[in-house]
Design a protein around this ligand. Sequence first.
Ligand SMILES: O=C(O)[C@H](O)COP(=O)(O)O
Length: 229
Amino acid sequence: MIKTLVMVRHGQSEWNLANKFTGWVDVDLSEKGEKEAIEAGKKIKEAGIVFDHAHTSILKRAIKTCNYVLEYSEQLFVPVEKTWRLNERHYGALQGLNKAETAEKYGDEQVHIWRRSYDTLPPTLSEEAQEEQLNMRQFKNLPKDVIPTAENLKITLERALPYFFDNIAPQLLKDETVLVAAHGNSLRALAKHIEGISDEDIMDLEIPTGQPLVYELDDDLKMVKKYYL
Ligand SMILES: O=C(O)[C@H](O)COP(=O)(O)O
């Protein structure tokens, strides 16, 4: 029997709008982002997709998107689990910098490598920024060892996949329909696994904000079909 997993990247955030590296910084949705999330919910309702479970990160742009999607598809009662493992990839010392200005300073190629290569790490957070991050309430109950100072897509995949295997996959295997509302790179990581994309080809996969991406999966949770609503 075909299993259905719907991924939604959060709607445009304030820092997507300002073209800044965001990562684990907890910025809000922009006005456009809220509209995108609402539209995503309406499309899911029109498509008649009925969720049994929803999963999101511990960052408000994804949490709010998840809530809007459930509200506007009239299924706000669906249980939602929040996990740091679905957070955006941590952009290290690039967080807060403007992407165009960073490209002017370091060159387009370097910035493209930082943004899209599978295993190159961006520069890590300063000690001061690390300290600040450790004191943030939403990260305080996480073991220090799992809080990154920078991540590439490989590390993002390695911390997102255990959650997929332990929490999402068992639900799909019971033929339950699952929503994952998360981030550009945590979703690229899951997509890499589900679609079996190579380390090279993953550089070209982009997931747009607020567009529901439907995966139909077989009994081994491999992709049979994917489409955007
Ligand atoms: O964290 C960010 O800056 C964005 O959500 C994703 O950015 P990217 O497209 O530069 O990886």
